[in-house]
Design a protein around this ligand. Structure first.
Ligand SMILES: [Zn+2]
Length: 369
């Protein structure tokens, strides 16, 4: 909030309490709807390696690429249609795998249109069903010799997380709310956007090994994103970031957040392992009482050593998140045409100094914990 220019800062300051409280809403919703959890992460390394050019940056292209199409024939055979970009020499074609294990290569473009037309409207359905009659028609016109009994599409993208596109969606909703001068929705989507932006700055939100479960480092997720800032942010972090700036291409910005975060994943894991190995075991694991139950946690000494070895990484990522939130709130407001919501400009104080801003952020943090 304190990175925003007038008159925006005045509006948000008035609602500081609300936004602070509702910043955690998306995590609360995770239990209420099956569609929520995937918005908080993207398992980039599931798809390949840096810089992940195999993942199309636009959502429709990515969904289309990581979908499998199936047709069941009246004889009970299930045939698969493989989207373009998955099979070596036929990068640009849709491949129909036939029962005799031969295949037909079909042009890509019309299939993408069909995907947009038939499948996307069902995004929130549990099962993507293709209209058998229309598909039959379409295949006949392409001279594809198969009979369609039923047909469906499987989504191999969404289960691995859709964070960049959840950011895009929420950003669009915030722009619309600003344009309609709808205060309630502005606050709701501003809080949601802040949440997802901050998630995008957490390296472990961008990997399949999100809790160190693949490398014997279970619990590292909360250790890095909760325990370390809880222990050290108030005393040690400088959270001053400078003023919010206009973002020319929000989707590219969201991608750069997750890609940059991902580059830190190895360091997050490596350093934890190195520091753990350097400590006597009674300095690594300690017992703590929570709700009357003894649980095993990483010792404070361990946390201290890890935090030091990370050399300011958590604070840097937190600053990145703060900057991102200010930048995108500001950009959404500009894109909505800088609406005047009847905010009293004269009541707005000048931009806070670095000192004020850091103090204020620390205050919010303390409250939050
Ligand atoms: Zn989250």
């Amino acid at each position: 909030m304190f990175t925003l220019p007038t008159p925006l800062i005045g509006f948000f300051k008035k609602h500081l309490e609300y936004v602070t409280e509702h910043a955690v809403d998306p995590d609360v919703r995770r239990h209420a709807t099956p569609h929520e959890a995937v918005r908080h992460y993207i398992d980039l390394d599931h798809f390949g390696s840096w810089p992940f050019e195999m993942i199309p940056r636009a959502r429709t292209d990515a969904l289309f690429k990581f979908s499998s199409w199936y047709v069941r024939t009246p004889l009970g055979d299930t045939l698969q249609l493989v989207p373009p970009g998955t099979f070596g020499p036929y990068q640009d074609s849709f491949l129909l795998l036939l029962p005799d294990s031969s295949f037909m290569a079909l042009a890509q473009k019309p299939w993408r249109q069909k995907f947009v037309h038939w499948v996307l409207p069902q995004y929130y359905e549990a099962r993507w069903v293709l209209p058998a009659d229309s598909l039959q028609h379409w295949l006949d016109s392409l001279d594809v010799p198969i009979q369609v009994q039923e047909a469906w599409v499987e989504d191999h993208l969404t289960p691995y997380g859709i964070l960049p596109w959840a950011l895009e969606d929420t950003y669009r909703k915030l722009v619309a709310a600003f344009a309609q001068k709808d205060e309630r929705r502005i606050l709701r989507y501003a809080a949601d956007l802040g949440h997802y932006l901050a998630d995008a700055c957490v390296p472990l939100h961008t990997t399949e090994n999100y809790n160190g479960q693949l490398t014997g480092q279970e619990g590292i997720h909360a250790f890095w994103e909760s325990r370390l800032p809880e222990l050290f942010a108030e005393e040690q972090y400088d959270l001053f970031t400078g003023q919010a700036r206009l973002v020319l291409d929000p989707l590219a910005y969201f991608w750069s957040l997750v890609l940059d975060s991902h580059q830190l994943v190895n360091t997050v894991l490596e350093i934890e392992r190195r520091v753990r190995d350097s400590l006597p075991s009674d300095r690594v694991w300690c017992t703590e009482l929570r709700n009357g139950q003894a649980i095993r946690v990483r010792c404070t000494t361990f946390a201290q050593a890890y935090h030091e070895a990370l050399n300011g990484m958590v604070a840097r990522q937190m600053r990145r998140a703060i900057k991102a939130v200010g930048d995108l709130w500001y950009t959404a407001w500009l894109e909505a045409g800088s609406p005047n919501l009847g905010w009293k400009v004269e009541a707005v104080p000048p931009l806070p100094s670095a000192q004020d801003s850091a103090e204020h952020a620390t205050h919010i943090l303390r409250k939050h914990n």
